[in-house]
Design a protein around this ligand. Structure first.
Ligand SMILES: [Zn+2]
Length: 284
């Protein structure tokens, strides 16, 4: 099951096909015209305008209104193409790449990339089964050979084995920050594996089954007790931030984390159809 560039080109050869798609996606299941109330209304495309009109009452619908495409001077198909690029790029897409592909200014390219990333912000249900939790430290200035943790940003993550991941940029790795997030994100009674950070010592009292690996003693797992899944995710996140985005300011770190959480959560299916469908619906 792949969504190749050929599939993309066949489905979306031009701006019109993109506009038709957006209309179908957002209004295709309209039971009655919102203005005249006629059942199974037929809406036709108004020539040379980005809108559709009811055959019976003339009511007009603008499918770009309240979407990321609204009031953009970038052609619709260019937007679709960039969304396609994001959907297939395992390591992300930098604003520089968007700039090169579209021939737009860096500022415009940056804005487009930011809005595509916002589409990736999705709510997922509580994790269950076996969940691995961990924190990681990202960024930081080098001072000679030392990188102090104070200069780094913390990302907290929880992954259900064989399921979804949740991760967030957090202000500290203390219990007051992590535990409320953990309670909210992981179903009661779930088995949690972590390292031996002090913050996890109360998990049993919070109603979870808990076991840990002692990384400082050189232990990386005992049978099923390990945190390899979340560490694999951190590795991917860091490689992408280093390789594609080079450095990320703390202000935007969450949006990159969101992007890689999304990629992980849709790892078993083509991402483009999901992403473009949310672009059609999302109200800004
Ligand atoms: Zn009507």
């Amino acid at each position: 099951m792949r969504y190749t560039i050929n599939t993309f080109n066949e489905k979306f050869p031009d701006d019109d096909s993109c506009l038709n798609y957006l209309f179908e996606q957002a209004y295709g299941d309209m039971i009655a015209c919102p203005k005249c109330g006629i059942i199974n209304p037929s809406y036709y495309r108004v020539k040379n305008r980005k809108c559709f009109e009811c055959k019976d009452c003339g009511n007009q619908i603008h499918p770009l209104a309240n979407t990321i495409f609204h009031k953009s001077s970038t052609p619709l198909r260019s937007w679709f193409y960039i969304i396609y690029l994001f959907s297939v790029a395992k390591n992300g897409v930098s604003a520089k790449e968007v700039e090169r592909h579209l021939g737009v200014t860096y500022k415009c390219a940056w804005r487009i990339a930011k809005q595509v990333r916002e589409l990736m912000n999705q709510e997922t249900g509580r994790l269950t089964g076996i969940v691995e939790t961990d924190e990681t430290y990202i960024g930081g200035r080098k001072r000679g050979k030392d990188i102090t943790f104070q200069d780094k940003e913390i990302v907290f993550g929880m992954v259900e084995r064989g399921g979804k991941i949740k991760a967030a940029h957090v202000p500290s790795a203390g219990a007051r920050i992590l535990l409320p997030r953990l309670k909210e994100s992981i179903a009661d009674g779930t088995t949690i594996y972590s390292d031996q950070a002090r913050v996890y010592s109360t998990l049993k009292r919070l109603g979870y089954l808990h076991d840990s690996v002692n990384h400082s003693a050189g232990e990386y797992g005992r049978g099923i007790v390990h945190t390899n899944t979340i560490e694999g995710f951190w590795g991917q996140l860091k490689r992408s931030i280093d390789g594609t985005y080079h450095c990320v300011s703390p202000k935007y770190l969450q949006s990159y984390v969101t992007e890689f959480v999304y990629r992980y959560n849709y790892r078993n299916q083509p991402v483009f159809p999901v992403l473009i469908a949310s672009a059609a619906r999302r109200v800004q």
